[in-house]
Design a protein around this ligand. Structure first.
Ligand SMILES: C[S@@+](CC[C@H](N)C(=O)[O-])C[C@H]1O[C@@H](n2cnc3c(N)ncnc32)[C@H](O)[C@@H]1O
Ligand code: SF4
Length: 337
């Protein structure tokens, strides 16, 4: 079975990590440079501007997953008034491309496919020169016409969260979802991609390890081997709020005093409310850098004192002195209580 590769500066392990590098066969030298740069910043190298931006295009979710903070208020569709403005999005993307951003993730703590005009965000970023445009979804709202549009818009990767090998465990982890439908949708988008002779989007399925589902991890890996391009195994992060209290058992990166987080070296997050956050876990929300009025402020936030402090603390292996980082990395483990 494919081993899980978990970097010492990351909270998500991956099978088949090299499949990302294989896309150089399509995107050529710029892709190779992007991946080399990604590895460099993931090893806590400095950079004048984030290699990646994460953008939250809407505020809502259609599920109420056991481990996720949005489950406290979902399922709820807060509607278009909370949607990220497309004109602002375009100006952010243009500014980011001009300053060397290579990747855009189109979700934060929300379900991105709630937006019916989602594909235009993918298309714009790709056409503007972002090499890696991807997102994570619960996969429930994916349909064949939408999959075809995403493929044609040039989506690089889709990550579909499943977390289980049986409907029973899925329903505990992801209440409101539809296990069989999501499995069908994974197969469907891969088939539509292959039928078109397209190498993208890469298809990754995700598993967040908690005490509710970790007994199914081995079976999950075996089930998906050879059927998708990658499996992501995410360390459980203590949510900032939750519909129920859950933990994970001892995990790989947590509890290692050598842990240093790569997020503040790699990316900034902009929420649907235009708040700029230093990292893409929920705990980033507790450390807002400010509210974005103009694209140029991305540079100010990135090079500002607060980001520099965060990076320095992680470089020195002192994340436990930052309460939010400590909660994020250590808080979800029962043995840390
Ligand atoms: C917050 S979701 C948003 C995107 C989409 N709605 C989805 O479910 O994939 C992004 C990823 O975070 C994961 N996630 C949710 N709660 C988590 C937690 N407490 N710890 C670690 N990952 C979590 C989800 O399983 C998913 O893979
Ligand atoms: S993990 Fe995704 S699908 Fe589940 S509640 Fe959170 S945002 Fe929604």
């Amino acid at each position: 079975m494919n081993p899980i590769d978990l970097k010492p500066t990351d909270l998500t392990g991956l099978t088949n990590r090299s499949v990302m590098n294989d896309l150089a066969a399509i995107f050529g030298e710029p892709w190779l440079e992007y991946r080399a740069e990604y590895d460099r910043v993931s090893a806590l190298g400095g950079r004048a501007f984030p290699i990646q931006l994460d953008l939250e295009l809407n505020a809502s979710c259609n599920l109420r997953c056991a481990m996720c903070p949005i489950s406290v208020e979902s399922p709820k569709n807060k509607g278009p008034s909370t949607w990220f403005d497309f004109e602002l999005y375009k100006s952010l993307i243009d500014f980011a491309v001009a300053n060397g951003t290579k990747a855009v993730k189109l979700n934060y703590v929300n379900e991105p496919l709630i937006r019916k005009d989602f594909v235009k965000f993918v298309r714009y970023a790709k056409q503007a020169g972002i090499l890696n445009v991807y997102f994570s979804t619960n996969g429930v709202l994916l349909t064949k016409p939408l999959a075809v549009e995403l493929i044609e818009a040039g989506l690089t990767k889709i990550q579909i969260s499943i977390d289980a090998t049986t409907r029973e465990v899925y329903d505990v982890m992801r209440p409101g979802g539809d296990f069989e439908k999501v499995l069908r949708n994974v197969e469907m988008i891969r088939r539509e991609r292959d039928t078109r002779g397209s190498a993208t989007p890469l298809v990754r399925v995700n598993f967040v390890k908690t005490e509710l589902n970790e007994h199914q991890l081995e079976e999950f890996l075996a089930t998906w081997e050879g059927r998708v391009d990658q499996v992501g195994v995410q360390e459980f992060i203590k949510p900032t709020a939750a519909a129920r209290e859950i933990y994970s058992s001892r995990s790989t990166n947590k509890q290692q005093s050598s842990f240093r987080c790569a997020f503040p070296f790699r990316q900034l997050v902009v929420t649907n409310e235009k708040k700029v956050l230093p990292c893409c876990t929920f705990w980033g929300e507790q450390m807002p850098l400010g509210t974005l009025e103009t694209p140029e402020q991305l540079l100010e936030f990135w090079t500002g004192d607060r980001m520099r402090y965060l990076r320095q603390m992680h470089l020195e292996g002192r994340y436990r002195e930052i309460p939010e980082c400590r909660q994020c990395v250590d808080g979800g483990c029962r043995t840390n209580e």
